[in-house]
Design a protein around this ligand. Sequence first.
Ligand SMILES: Cc1cc2nc3c(=O)[nH]c(=O)nc-3n(C[C@H](O)[C@H](O)[C@H](O)COP(=O)(O)OP(=O)(O)OC[C@H]3O[C@@H](n4cnc5c(N)ncnc54)[C@H](O)[C@@H]3O)c2cc1C
Length: 501
Amino acid sequence: MTERLIVVGSGVAGLTAALAAHARGLDVTVITKSLLTESNTRYAQGGIAAVTADDDSVSSHVADTLRAGAGLSEPTSAEAVCAAGTETVAELIAAGVRFDVSDGRLARGLEAAHSRARILHADGDATGAAIVGALVARALEAGIDVREHTMVADLLVRDGRVHGVHLLDGEQLDTDAVVLATGGAGHLYPYTTNPAVATGDGLALALRAGAVLADVEFVQFHPTSLAVGGNVLVSEAVRGEGAVLRDVHGHRFMLDVHPDAELAPRDVVARAIARQMAVQNGAPVHLDATALGADFLARRFPTIDATVRGRGIDWSVEPVPVTPAAHYVMGGVATDLWGRTSVPGLLAVGEVAWTGLHGANRLASNSLLEGAVFGRRVVDGLIEQSASSTPTLTSGEEPIVLRAAGADRWCGRDDIQQLAWEALGLEREGALLDRALQTLTTWQVASPTDVKSAEDANLLLVARAVAAAALAREESRGAHWRTDAPDVARSVRHSFVRWEA
Ligand SMILES: Cc1cc2nc3c(=O)[nH]c(=O)nc-3n(C[C@H](O)[C@H](O)[C@H](O)COP(=O)(O)OP(=O)(O)OC[C@H]3O[C@@H](n4cnc5c(N)ncnc54)[C@H](O)[C@@H]3O)c2cc1C
């Protein structure tokens, strides 16, 4: 029987889970590493994908999701998430999110690989901030117990069951169940769109607690982040509205790469830019939004407009330099459709979780929806199905087992990030992955006494998991591109990784 719940993380997934649990009478504590408002969610620009128009359908949203997933998405997960779109949007509106409207109806944008205009946004390009603002207000109003600036350093496990959390300051909190909602791992790489809190903690916590990770080799790189003054994301929606990519000579090179040009799947665009940059000796390519006009850019993309102009660039008259950056981890802690992991008492939702939705590549704007849908489902599962047995995870290969082994060299975050960029980045190669994995096995970080070193220890473990899964996947599929195995394998399989202390 679950009466007490600890939710780790305060993005869309964690806040939705906390509010749903509170509404169902559970005693909830939210623990979050920084401010309650700080998370990947806060920076989400483009919007949230959901079927809200008469000319759209759940089956079309599912089909787009499965197509983007390149054969590796789980249809049951896609159906559960897409079918809940309308209701989830209604719940967010009821919670106070004010999505943009046009002619009295929800304004819907089109994004890469969506066959319908179904992306809702708020305050133009500040959708995530609007969602966080509303959910935080509801959580505070409800009096939910919140602990900010508090890092969960480990999970407490007894007799194979998670029964609490160990905080970095040494305190231990007991509970009936823990929901990991710790978000992504962008800081595994030196170039990322993610805020500083995204250091893959949840993946490492889950591994050390005995849980299985799935498909962690699939990391999405956003094709267009600013190449000046930090990798601030320039949303897909800018290309959706008509901006184009040009090389140093002004040539629109994406026309030579894919029939959908700038609106091709993210990984295709990101790799094409990376290759073009290599041809240009590392110089960034340019995003040309000049045809959209200053008024439209300021109205439709107020945040990006202010950021770009803050870097001294008037993007209504000159193209902006852009580079790919690590953006989203498709894999994660393997869960069933109720957020349950392979370890009793441990649940996972949002970006840290693998539900099978995203497959080998995430469809743009599906992650906010996934976080909100599973944030609710995890609580429904806890309450309504608490008597059922261990969840059945998608079966497949035997998990790859990582072990603690003879680490004899100190490393810092820069070392991990550099190695990840070179070996685990946009293009991978078997021999390089093998070497990277061996190197990672010999590395260790200073004992985790402060946030930075605790995060680095987590990043090191996550890097090993990604390297091992990427090495084992001898094919190119979705966001995972192997130069030594450029074809898609005929058999479709998930990859699983676990840790043995
Ligand atoms: C710049 C940017 C733009 C994006 N745009 C879109 C978009 O338009 N549409 C879309 O669908 N998706 C978008 N995404 C992806 C989407 O924002 C995320 O996938 C989603 O918000 C993840 O939500 P979450 O609740 O799982 O995690 P997050 O929102 O990342 O929240 C994680 C939380 O966990 C906390 N935390 C982490 N580790 C610990 C620890 N050890 N102890 C305590 N707390 C911890 C963090 O502080 C944070 O509060 C974007 C992402 C970025 C970075």
